[in-house]
Design a protein around this ligand. Structure first.
Ligand SMILES: Cc1ncc(COP(=O)(O)O)c(C=O)c1O
Length: 356
């Protein structure tokens, strides 16, 4: 691994820690952040400084042309007391792919990994000890050159901030209600749906805000062309257990290839549970619900790990899933992934990077 020479300025005013059961998601930030700048074709000035505002000119391209993307991953306090990073290479690679699509320079994987390790080690007291809680890491990349005119920026800022988090949903591990969105779309073929572009989340806000008003926690997106085939949920990939098979939408270019999605696929295969990646329409799901073969629906994502879906509805249909209870397979997958993350079960898939 390359050795970055990171300039470190430690905080003189450490922030107060918050009890794990009060953390929620994304409300607090740890003491430090990592920054790295890109200019004249090279990455430079790796720094760790106290978490705080960043100065940018109003002409910075990110404000106008939206060259911005991010990653979301977690560090856990393993059972042995060591720091566990979950699939950092996967996130480094996904970020590089996203950067390419947005015409941004990618961060070399060894720099990405070294930056994460240095920051997490410095702020390791911020990794909660409690099971279910973790330190969420948010690597972010944006165009910072000040100019007007539509073209890629020639200057960039990469930063990593971290946030101690508890359970993602205020409901805890209770099933969530999901709204089937038919009016707006998140991503279209050939667009940005397969990467973690900030723009995708901007596109999603109107529908998710309206869904929340109706007491649904997220929306289920349908494909842009037909408004028929299932894509994913707000911040999760989605799985349907129909009969003895588990079905998840195939990665067709407008869906994010989730790290947790790939964990679920590997685990199900290792358990010899039939799992298929293919197109699945909302009509097929409604039919399976009607004939009683739709057993479970769950979402997968770094923030929520595995989330049970108890209801899938909109103005036209209302599907109550598994009597609104957490499904057996959903629970088993949640336990399996969490146990691997905390080092309670052996990491047979090689997903955990233990820091010494
Ligand atoms: C749109 C979207 N889909 C799916 C996911 C799940 O991906 P992962 O399992 O890598 O967190 C996320 C969260 O990162 C997301 O934002």
């Amino acid at each position: 691994m390359m050795k970055l020479s990171i300039e470190i300025e430690q905080t003189k005013t450490p922030r107060a820690k918050v009890a794990a059961d009060k953390l929620g998601f994304g409300k607090y930030f740890a003491d430090h952040m990592f920054t790295l700048e890109y200019e004249a074709g090279a990455w430079k000035n790796p720094k760790i400084t106290p978490y705080g505002p960043i100065a940018m000119e109003p002409g910075a391209s990110v404000f106008h042309y939206g060259q911005a993307m991010f990653e979301g991953m977690k560090a856990f306090r393993g059972q042995s007391g060591k720091i566990h990073l979950f699939r950092p290479e996967f996130h480094a690679q996904r970020m590089a792919k996203g950067a390419e699509r947005l015409c941004m320079p990618s961060i070399p994987q060894d720099i990405f990994l070294e930056a994460i390790q240095a920051l997490v080690k410095l702020d390791e007291s911020w990794i909660p000890q409690e099971k279910g809680a973790s330190l969420y890491l948010r690597p972010t990349l944006m165009g910072t050159e000040s100019f007007l005119g539509v073209r890629p920026s020639e200057k960039y800022l990469f930063f990593i901030i971290t946030s101690p988090v508890g359970a993602y949903y205020s409901e805890g591990f209770n099933p969530v209600k999901i709204w089937i969105e038919e009016d707006t779309i998140r991503a279209a073929p050939g667009g940005l749906g397969a990467i973690k572009a900030a723009a995708n989340y901007a596109a999603s806000l109107q529908a998710s805000t309206q869904a929340k008003k109706k007491s649904y926690s997220q929306v289920l997106w349908l494909d842009a062309a037909h408004r028929k085939y299932v894509e994913e949920v707000g911040t999760m990939n989605v799985f349907f257990r129909i009969g003895n098979e588990v079905i998840t939408p195939a990665l067709d270019g407008s869906i994010l290839a989730g790290a947790t999605r790939s964990c679920v696929l590997q685990i199900l295969k290792s358990w010899n549970i039939p799992v298929v990646e293919r197109k699945i329409s909302i009509d097929e799901i409604a039919k399976a619900h009607q004939d009683g073969t739709l057993k479970e629906i769950f979402g997968s994502g770094t923030a929520a790990v595995i989330s049970s879906v108890g209801e899938l509805s909109n103005d036209k249909v209302q599907m109550l899933i598994n009597d609104g209870k957490v499904g057996e397979l959903t629970q088993k997958l949640h336990n399996e992934i969490s146990d691997i993350q905390y080092g309670i079960k052996p990491d047979v898939h090689n997903w955990v990077k233990i820091l010494n």
